[in-house]
Design a protein around this ligand. Structure first.
Ligand code: SAM
Length: 205
């Protein structure tokens, strides 16, 4: 998809909106494969979709009970509401918020994080907020930009990398929580090397 990279512009939002008007084919499913995995693992789930953009890909989901999407771009939310009306999505809502300042008013079965690394690196605070907003037994899905080459690894070692995160560092963050365990992860080429981690908040009872 060719468009500018500023999510606050109408042009960016319209580019995403158009992409969700196309038919669902193999490549489309590949681009949203983590949602297909979520939808095959959970039934009647409440999902928080962080950095949902237009949310147009919610048309892939068949088993959700409710979806709340947040995005800090008003242009994305506006385009998202147009798609919501067009596809008549039920039990879905949007709010325009920055996840860093967001205070959830309930807990969720699933939290899908945006490809955070495209914007800034994951921090312990972001992971803690995700953990706290999850029900026990719930799952968080974290796509993470990984180092693409040796140069990236050196930059990381020198503390100069501002976007990408190593698997080791991510797992170190997770080790701060006694019941937040990686179930599995998958590697995918998406704006460079990305790894998607499926992390479960296991039951403590
Ligand atoms: C790649 S876009 C997602 C587009 C979406 N997959 C779609 O198809 O419409 C990532 C989104 O994350 C949002 N975003 C980035 N950082 C955010 C934050 N801190 N809080 C909320 N939204 C954020 C951006 O505004 C952007 O719309």
């Amino acid at each position: 998809m060719k468009h500018n990279h500023n999510p606050f512009t109408k042009e960016y939002a319209e580019g995403y909106k158009r992409s969700h008007l196309k038919e669902v084919d193999f490549d489309y499913k590949k681009d949203y494969v983590e949602y297909l995995i979520i939808d095959s693992m959970y039934q009647d789930y409440d999902m928080l979709d962080v950095g949902c953009g237009t949310g147009g890909y919610w048309r892939l989901l068949k088993n959700s009970k409710s979806i709340h999407g947040i995005d800090y771009s008003p242009a994305m939310i506006e385009a998202g509401n147009e798609l919501k009306n067009l596809y008549d999505f039920k039990n879905t809502s949007f709010s325009c918020e920055d996840f860093e300042k967001y205070i959830p008013d309930k807990k969720f079965d699933v939290i899908k994080m945006l490809n955070w690394g495209g914007y800034r690196p994951y921090s312990l605070e972001i992971i803690k907020k995700t953990y706290e907003a999850l029900k026990e037994g719930g799952m968080a899905v974290f796509p993470i930009r990984m180092p693409d080459n040796f140069r990236d690894k050196i930059r990381m070692f020198l503390g100069k990398e501002k976007i990408k995160l190593s698997e080791k560092q991510f797992k170190k963050y997770l080790s701060n929580f006694k019941n937040f365990d990686v179930l599995f992860s998958m590697k995918i080429q998406r704006h460079g090397s990305t790894a998607i981690f499926f992390v479960k908040k296991t039951d403590t009872k």
